[in-house]
Design a protein around this ligand. Structure first.
Ligand code: FAD
Ligand code: UDP
Length: 385
């Protein structure tokens, strides 16, 4: 197989994982990123003042059920045990999330056992007249009932998404479990952990290959594709086409950073369920590395709003209007020879890190199989609609 030259746009997980797999197969890889660092939104950086490892673009906890992905990340980083245990403040009290037996007993001032709590929620709280919940609100009313919904989900969701939960799909809430025991692990997955030296160190390991060249502070334009056999583009899908059909909607985040002498909140993530608190959550970064000791602390107060041109796109909105526009961009993308749109922004989906890595490994394998078979490199595009 003849060596090809590939351009990766974006030095996040997508660009790094695909680039590494193709480099190991003997190809020449150039990675460009407009930022001055690698790592994409998983970027972590040790704060010079306090020594705390900061999750620069918001909190990132690695969790997966995919054994191959788990062993992949463990090749490039030493993962230490970390369980995401989230708290939420509402109505003047601190509760445990996801909704579990402690949350239910505390909220209703009861001492129920699991089966009593289950009967209480399903018979006295849940709206069982909703048989096929469509919206976020219906999903919440069906599974936890109005009181818990209004305390923990309604205000938070209005702040996070800028619209009423009745306008959002049920799938957003389906990500969160309701438990009738005292398990307060936010995730279900079998493997969970935090890279000892941060995600950027891990991604630097992935990019560390003699056939990979990384160019930072370099924004892609289409002329750059010249001289490469194929481009893997992990920037915004609409941005590739200069927004010619309009802009895909995103939520962006503003992080208000502050430091504190001591332990500010006693946990890594404290959500704020009520609408009149303007931020959604506060992250205290040192608690993501419980094996480290720091006297001082770095915290982020997190605010969500509609992304404007120039803002960092964080969460794809993916409502009916956006999906129609997405369909039109997908058509353009499918007609764009020699470019594969990958990752969170390239496919306009919310993707966890493990899914990003899984899709990147699969994309690289498909490319290598095509090359092996002597086929043209056509765009590979996951189904995103
Ligand atoms: P990105 O990380 O976005 O990388 C894309 C890169 O492309 C960026 O560095 C960007 O600068 C660059 N780029 C874009 N356009 C251009 C251009 N034109 N020219 C050059 N470079 C360009 N996942 C989890 O598993 N656990 C979590 O706890 C978690 N928390 C999250 C919290 C937040 C707030 C967000 C937004 C995401 C979270 N994720 C989490 C998801 C995780 O961030 C993604 O899975 C991951 O970042 C996807 O990697 P990527 O390479 O596809 O995209
Ligand atoms: N959510 C909420 N209250 C909380 C936490 C989450 O209402 O305290 C809602 C919110 O709409 C969020 C969704 O549940 O988008 C999914 O939660 P998750 O923790 O997966 O949020 P994300 O990772 O999207 O920030």
């Amino acid at each position: 197989m003849k060596a090809s030259r590939f351009l990766m746009v974006g030095a996040g997980l997508s660009g790094a994982v695909i680039g590494r797999a193709l480099a190991e197969a003997g190809h020449e890889i150039t990675v460009v990123d407009s930022r001055d660092h690698i790592g994409g939104n998983c970027h972590t950086q040790r704060d010079a003042d306090t020594g705390v490892m900061v999750h620069v673009y918001g909190p990132h906890i690695f969790h997966t059920d995919d054994e191959e992905v788990w062993s992949y990340v463990n090749r490039y980083a030493n993962f230490l045990p970390y369980k995401n245990r989230v708290k939420t403040t509402s109505r003047g009290q601190v509760f445990s999330l996801p909704v579990n037996l402690h949350t239910i007993n505390q909220f209703f001032a009861k001492t129920m056992r699991p089966d009593e709590a289950h009967s209480f929620i399903t018979e006295e709280q849940a709206d069982t007249s909703i048989t096929d919940p469509q919206s976020f609100e219906e999903q919440a009313m069906r599974f936890v009932g109005r009181e818990l919904y209004e305390a923990f989900f309604k205000g938070y969701t209005i702040k996070q998404w800028g619209c009423h939960p009745s306008e959002l799909p049920a799938s957003i809430l389906k990500r969160l479990p309701v438990r009738f025991n005292y398990d307060d692990n936010y995730f279900f997955h079998q493997f969970q952990g935090m890279p000892e030296n941060g995600y950027t160190d891990m991604i630097s390991g992935i990019l560390d290959h003699p056939s990979i060249t990384v160019k930072l502070n370099t924004t892609f334009d289409r002329n750059m594709a010249e001289g490469f056999n194929h481009v893997f583009y992990s920037g915004p899908l609409d941005g590739y086409f200069d927004y010619e059909l309009g802009r895909l909607g995103y939520r962006t985040l503003d992080f208000e950073r502050f430091t504190y002498d001591g332990d500010y909140q006693g946990c890594a993530v404290m959500n704020y369920g009520e609408e009149d608190v303007p931020y959604t959550r506060i992250t205290e970064h040192k608690h993501f590395a419980p094996w480290e000791t720091h006297d001082r602390s770095v915290c982020y107060r997190e605010y969500s709003r509609a992304a404007q041109p120039g803002d960092i796109p964080y969460y794809p909105i993916r409502q009916v209007k956006e999906k129609a526009l997405l369909g039109e961009y997908v058509e353009l993308a499918n007609k764009t020879a020699n470019v594969t749109f990958v990752g969170r922004l390239g496919t306009y989906r919310y993707l966890d890190m493990d899914v990003t890595i899984r899709e990147s490994l699969d994309t690289a394998a498909a490319v290598l199989a095509s090359l092996e078979a002597g086929d043209d490199l056509k765009p590979f595009f996951v189904s995103v609609l």
